[in-house]
Write a protein that binds this ligand. Structure first.
Ligand SMILES: [Zn+2]
Ligand SMILES: [Zn+2]
Length: 816
């Protein structure tokens, strides 16, 4: 008689035993001949206990790691924490507890939950980015980038949250407000540290082609973020001063249609030119306004806004003198911060021209349309056509003639071919405490001096005032920043900014390979053994920046000769989000469901199976739809109960194992193997359910099923590791863990669908015989019969009246 399935009684026991047996230790021994498999999960941020997103992502990543171990790989499946960051500091401000205390307490809670979930982590490789042993090497890597000229300080407009008193990255600004506190963001000019990721823009773009095992949408997001555009740089001359101003344009074929010229309001020439043109009084408020608008809001600015500078630019292609304006719709960050405006063929320019009563000149005549004057247009015409009013290029087709125009500009000395990227340099400094201090000392004599490697880490002081002010808490510390210059020994000061946490997370996967190494961030032979990672699993919310920064670090380390490859994650898997009732879970909506209470009630195996069985891994899971009633026993829990009973009964049964069950077992092994290789966890689980039912009915009919039961338990191991282990060792009586057993293999001839002969008749006469699968559908049988050569011959010139289909053996086509 089968026992009642009680996960709480089964699961915690195995956690301790697996750890005692060292089951998930990755082996560094070069004599280990197994192929290696690096199963990497995006490491969590320790803000409270695990949430549903963690439960889902790690269930998928863990299934992959376990499957690959059973397939004979030496698997490394590490875990760590992305532990610096603003949340810890905000919590410290709110509760008065130091960020370290809050952070480490959360890490311990998450670690306990991970253990309870039974994830197959190699705990000996645990990495925490806020540990001095880790950020020592974050600082070391900063210094290598500094030596290469890839870390530099420059003044730049930044998003500033007046409440958090810190600089925000663009992606931390949501609709003009701070992502964390909702305060409207302002713009400020500050001297900041940057990583020169733009030096790698072309390579980051080119190598996207190597990422064939990434989801298409992520590849597209990477491409769009880098945003390469080809065009020309063309130099205009300010008539009143003779100074030259270069613009970048992707449409040099429209140069003859430029009727005005626009500067970004932040352009350094704006004030001088407006004063010269006598319009500064009108321009100044625009400049002030822009200072209080976030960079993000500037993207959605009113295109009608702008003020004349009272000066003129001379168009180099035709010598025309056109009026200059300052307008917020032109961004300083894109191109050169100044544009030639072609209102007939650019919608923003068109709207500006209409609002300011500026001339509009058509220079591209669309095909199959009567010629139209600029005054008659109701919107810009950005499409193709024939160049008109364009001097030597009249009649040339656009955009085909763009290359010709660029050649001509070059030959005439009026411009040149150019490439522009949307990607900006990576702003990495933060005026906050809870991050890795930037290891630079400012000397009045020697400027920016690197902290010598042997003095790393530059430790965070414990005794600081966390209350936010204009300066970093480190800047307000009475003694911390005062140090002698490493070169001359004179009084100097430490840089008081800390690094963006995206820096910490750009190299943690290297540290996993050598977690205890003390002579560098990693040992080369470890990197050569484990990297690039075989599998990276995590949320699509990191599809742009985190992945881009990891790719940049990898390329920079490659260029320094520290590693031997240029892409860290050739294969990427993104899980969907766990939502509730169609909306994301959030505190404000009060719809958060926590995973751990469900684990306590129904078990970790059930939690995993709910996640993996809900649908394709990359799709969102709506918790309300799949487990809306918390008091109902989950379907997968009921299934696990049936699995346990079926396996126990199969062990007790002593009849012959029928061929149909043997065939289904081999077919299931083939199908599940294929599914798990492609992360199709849900279809793998449904195949296991079918096999479970077949074992049940076989045993009930007096047949044997031990072979099928053994295979079922093994295939269950990646998705329900506790139940599988219990059955393997306690019911099947195996000595060692199911998780180190060899993945079951199948006999292809048994795994194949059985075939039968389909007889094709026309008007009752046999015209063809075709081998088809035994479970062919009615529609497939009919289609197969109709298209068979024998039927085609017999039907030539006839009209089909009806088709009698008796799958899988007979199709009779009645025709006249
Ligand atoms: Zn804020
Ligand atoms: Zn000095």
């Amino acid at each position: 008689m089968a026992r009642r399935y009680d996960a709480a009684q089964i699961e915690p026991r195995w956690v301790d035993r697996w750890e005692a047996e060292g089951l998930y230790r990755a082996v560094d021994d070069p004599d280990d001949r197994r192929p290696r498999f690096y199963a990497l999960d995006m490491f969590p941020y320790p803000s409270g206990d695990l949430h549903m997103g963690h439960a889902e992502a790690f269930s998928g990543g863990d299934a992959v790691a376990r499957f690959q171990a059973m397939r004979g790989h030496n698997v490394m499946h590490p875990i760590g924490w992305d532990a610096f960051g603003l949340n810890a500091e905000n919590a410290a401000i709110k509760r008065g507890t130091p960020p370290a205390e809050w952070t480490y307490a959360n890490i311990e809670q998450q670690a306990a939950s991970f253990r309870r979930m039974g994830f197959s982590f190699d705990w000996s490789r645990r990495v925490q980015t806020c540990d001095p042993e880790y950020y020592r090497w974050t600082q070391w890597l900063f210094l290598r980038l500094f030596e290469q000229g890839l870390a530099l300080r420059k003044s730049a407009p930044v998003n500033w949250c007046p409440k958090d008193q810190t600089v925000l990255a663009n992606e931390q600004v949501i609709q003009g407000a701070c992502e964390r506190c909702g305060t409207p963001v302002e713009r400020r000019e500050l001297t900041q540290w940057f990583f020169k990721i733009t030096d790698y823009a072309q390579r980051l773009l080119d190598d996207v082609d190597l990422l064939t095992d990434w989801p298409d949408r992520v590849v597209t997001m990477q491409r769009n973020w880098i945003g390469r555009s080809e065009g020309a740089e063309v130099t205009f001359t300010i008539d009143e001063t003779g100074e030259e101003v270069t613009v970048f344009t992707t449409r040099p074929d429209t140069l003859w249609g430029a009727t005005f010229f626009v500067f970004s309001v932040e352009h350094p020439a704006v004030r001088r030119l407006a004063e010269l043109g006598g319009t500064w009084d009108a321009v100044e408020p625009l400049v002030r306004d822009a200072e209080h608008t976030s960079l993000a809001d500037r993207e959605a600015v009113d295109t009608k806004e702008g003020v004349s500078l009272g000066v003129h630019a001379v168009n180099p292609v035709n010598g025309e003198r056109i009026p200059c304006f300052a307008a917020p719709y032109v961004l300083m960050g894109y191109g050169t911060g100044a544009i030639m405006a072609v209102p007939a063929h650019d919608q923003r320019d068109f709207e500006f021209a209409r609002a300011h009563d500026l001339p509009i000149r058509v220079v591209i005549q669309p095909p199959d349309a009567p010629p139209v004057g600029g005054d008659e247009l109701t919107e810009a015409m950005p499409g193709e056509g024939a160049m008109v009013n364009s001097g030597p290029f009249d009649g040339e087709p656009s955009p085909a003639a763009i290359a010709k125009v660029i050649d001509w500009l070059g030959a005439e000395g009026r411009g040149r071919a150019a490439v522009n990227f949307r990607l900006r340099d990576w702003l990495i400094s933060r005026q906050r405490y809870w991050g890795a201090p930037i290891p630079i000392i400012h000397c009045p004599e020697h400027g920016e001096v690197a902290v010598p490697d042997e003095q790393l880490p530059v430790l965070l002081p414990d005794d600081v005032d966390f209350q936010p002010g204009g300066e970093s808490p480190l800047a307000r510390h009475p003694t911390w920043k005062h140090v002698p210059c490493p070169i001359c020994g004179a009084d100097a000061t430490r840089d008081t900014d800390t690094m963006d946490t995206f820096v910490d997370s750009s190299w943690y996967f290297f540290r996993y390979c050598s977690p205890a190494y003390e002579d560098g961030p990693f040992r080369r032979e470890d990197i050569d053994r484990w990297m690039p990672a075989n599998q990276y699993t995590g949320g699509v919310e990191h599809a742009i920046l985190h992945l881009l920064y990891c790719r940049f670090f990898t390329k920079a380390l490659y260029d320094m000769g520290l590693i031997g490859f240029t892409e860290p994650f050739p294969r990427l898997m993104n899980q969907g989000q766990v939502i509730y009732g169609g909306a994301s879970m959030s505190k404000t909506k009060g719809n958060i469901v926590e995973p751990m209470p469900i684990v306590e009630r129904w078990g970790a195996d059930t939690m995993r199976l709910i996640m993996l069985f809900a649908g394709p891994f990359e799709d969102d899971i709506d918790w309300k739809l799949i487990a809306g009633d918390p008091d109902r026993r989950p379907g997968v829990h009921q299934w696990l109960g049936r699995v346990i009973a079926a396996v126990e009964d199969a062990v007790a049964a002593d009849g012959e194992e029928p061929e149909a069950l043997v065939r289904l077992t081999h077919k299931t092994i083939k199908g599940v193997t294929d599914d798990l290789e492609r992360y199709r966890f849900n279809t793998a689980i449904s195949k296991l359910m079918v096999l479970t039912n077949e074992i049940r009915s076989t045993v009930d009919g007096g047949g044997g099923a031990r072979g099928a039961a053994v295979a079922l338990v093994q295939m269950l191991a990646p998705v329900a590791p506790f139940a599988a282990e219990e059955l393997w060792r306690e019911v099947l009586g195996e000595g060692s863990s199911v998780h180190v057993s060899a993945w079951p293999s199948y006999d292809p001839s048994l795994a194949m669908d059985e075939t039968v002969t389909l007889v094709v008749q026309v008007n009752g006469k046999v015209r063809d015989k075709i081998d088809v699968v035994a479970d062919i559908s009615e529609a497939d049988a009919e289609a197969t019969a109709r298209s068979s050569a024998g039927a085609q011959r017999a039907l030539d010139g006839k009209t089909i009246d009806r088709v009698i289909v008796r799958p899988p053996k007979l199709v009779n086509i009645v025709a006249h």
